[in-house]
Design a protein around this ligand. Sequence first.
Ligand code: FE2
Length: 314
Amino acid sequence: MAQELITHWPEANRDNFGKTPVTWQHRVHESPLFSDEKLIELIENHPRDLADFCTMGDGANDMSSWRGGDPGSHSGEELLKAVRSGRLWINLRKTFNIYDEYAAILKTIVGELKALTPAFNPVSMTGGLLISSPTAGVPYHIDRSDVLLWHIRGHKRVWVYPIDEETLPEHEVEEILLHEHNDDVPYSEKLDDKAIIYDLEPGQAATWPLHAPHRVLNQGDMNVSITMEHSPFNTIMQNGAQITNGILRRRLGLNPRIEDQGFASRFVRFAASRVLRKLPLVKAKTAHEAGYLFDVDPGSSTAVRELGGVKAIA
Ligand SMILES: [Fe+2]
């Protein structure tokens, strides 16, 4: 079958998709929808409640340095300039769901992936546009849903780690799933020995197994990528099962292991999680994004002006 946007799909991806890290080639980056002009238009007009403006420490190796900021009333042009010269990471969430011309790309991709691999069977799918500075990165973390990263402009290095007791103890996964605002995963440089490294160029895409820890560092030029999150039923069920496991571990001192739990056990635990989540058994940590911690300042070297406190999100 001729593929419109996916130009090379290695044979092994069909079986490995979702099970091991995989990459493929596409030509989404050839679209005029990712020109400077289009980015400026998007940044300026995207609903502010769907736009994240973040910064991070130098080297992006510490999730505690990750913080959200206020883009203020700067124009799209000024904000894109701030991304070019500073250390910013912008996520225009749902770009590929709310604008017809971008949604058309998502629709085509979903159709192509469904034809290429039976493992791709999303219940829902969202697509965000990431625009980030030459020195920006995303520290070591896991995502709650399956993610496809489509690289469009610039160069970035992605480290993907296996899931084991050293890279990510199971109780840490539960901790993240139980507390919506907790993304802290303990990282040390020695874990890098276990990582697969991808140097992504425009036209490449990658995905990895659910909950595989990963980190990203841009390689000296402004980056544009698409992050597509899809939640197949398996993922929804596994997350639910791990939430139940987390509660059992914390309240009853049990030591459940997700790997040992087959479909029936996961399903029961998933169903239980829908009930347990509503009970005040586990206290959520304070919301991290309770407010802005910096103002975007296109005139400063990192485009970040620290606030020295928290500013409420209007
Ligand atoms: Fe991620």
